[in-house]
Design a protein around this ligand. Structure first.
Ligand code: FEO
Length: 361
């Protein structure tokens, strides 16, 4: 295992999860990474750790640079277990390490690991001198947990925002210019649509805050480090956070005997005939997390279901529950369907779309 230098004295020491294909319900076709960053300064600092079962991989990478017992601080930007899972064994092995977290981070870490760790708690505006560098902390509540925060190093123009700007890509390449831009941006879009979208208001606050910082590198906690495509990803985040959409239609459906599918195809065709690109997504062959990636920038959302008994097909019901939780805004909705029972499906789809605030066609 080796560390990868991302700047002079700063190393990526994370882990690559090549095999993960489901990340709390989100299909991760390309696997993922858990990114951890080691800063060599007077006080040696680790930014985040990795999922518990990847501890040895992270430790191996750290050992390729320094003896882990020399680490003074671990900044826990986020308590979710993919980033904090290695903290208990780290703390047990290297007892003198001080953990730094946000106020909610402290609460979550102590409850989750049933620990009495004496953490250093930081808020937005707090900073910590570690030698020639100063760590500045920015709370990012709900991006995407209440405890989330970013660490900024002004001397390096480096932002470490944890989940924000992440993508689920397993790769031994670390930088955006080593990858096809379309793939990195598509995975960033999928990540935003499935994880960050409900908290777009808070993302806008973060974007405002970071617009005042000098940034030449964004190193998130999953996937590729942004360096060459910084303007691209910041522009995309602004678009997504404002729920800005394109003239594009997504037609999502499931069908029992093919009637709802016929309607779905007709709807797609009508959009095309009106010069609006459309995408037909049957729920038997498309995962809901991939559908959300398409919905991220689509203005028109059409959902169809056959009626089963007095309800929706379970696949449609599951999709609507998922979409409702992710709360896309500023969309135009259309519900459609067919029935052999009493035809409640369309009304039930409309209820969810109304609840999402969609303007109905
Ligand atoms: Fe990558 Fe919210 O954890």
């Amino acid at each position: 295992m080796r560390a990868i230098k991302i700047k002079e004295g700063i190393y990526w020491v994370g882990a690559i999860d090549w095999g993960v294909r489901n990340f709390h319900g989100y299909l991760t076709h390309r696997g993922t990474t858990y990114n951890s960053y080691l800063i060599i300064d007077e006080k040696i600092t680790l930014i985040d750790t990795v999922k518990a079962n990847f501890y040895e991989e992270m430790l191996g990478r750290i050992k390729s640079v320094i003896d882990p017992s020399k680490i003074n601080y671990i900044v826990s930007n986020h308590a979710e277990m993919d980033h904090s899972g290695s903290l208990p064994i780290f703390k047990e092995t290297y007892r003198d390490i001080n953990i730094i977290a946000s106020p909610n981070g402290e609460k979550n870490l102590k409850k989750h690991y049933n620990s009495d760790w004496n953490l250093k708690v930081v808020n937005t505006g707090d900073s910590l001198r570690i030698g020639k560098r100063t760590l500045q902390f920015v709370l990012m509540p709900m991006v995407h947990w209440p405890d989330s925060m970013a660490t900024y190093i002004g001397e390096e123009k480096l932002l470490l925002p944890n989940d924000a700007f992440g993508q689920h890509i397993a790769s031994s390449e670390r930088f955006d210019n080593q990858f096809a831009r379309d793939i990195v941006c598509e995975e960033a879009a999928k990540y935003y649509a499935n994880i960050v979208l409900p908290f777009s208001g808070q993302v806008n606050n973060v974007l405002d805050y970071i617009s005042k910082l000098k940034i030449e590198m964004i190193a998130p906690s999953h996937g590729i480090i942004w360096h060459s495509y910084l303007d691209t990803i910041i522009g995309l985040y602004k678009k997504w956070a404002n729920n800005a959409t394109d003239e594009k239609a997504i037609v999502i459906y499931d069908s029992m005997w093919g009637s709802t599918e016929i309607i779905a195809k007709v709807i797609c065709n009508v959009f095309e005939c009106n010069g609006i690109p459309s995408c037909l997504m049957g729920l038997k062959v498309n995962h809901i997390s991939d559908i959300m990636t398409q919905i991220l920038t689509a203005k028109y959302i059409c959902v169809g279901s056959s009626t089963l008994n007095n309800n929706l097909l379970p696949t449609v019901s599951s999709f609507l529950t998922y979409m409702n939780g992710l709360a896309p805004k500023n969309r135009v909705g259309l519900a459609f369907g067919s029935y052999g029972w009493s035809g409640e499906a369309v009304r039930k789809i409309e209820e969810v779309m109304n609840n999402c605030g969609f303007k109905m066609m």
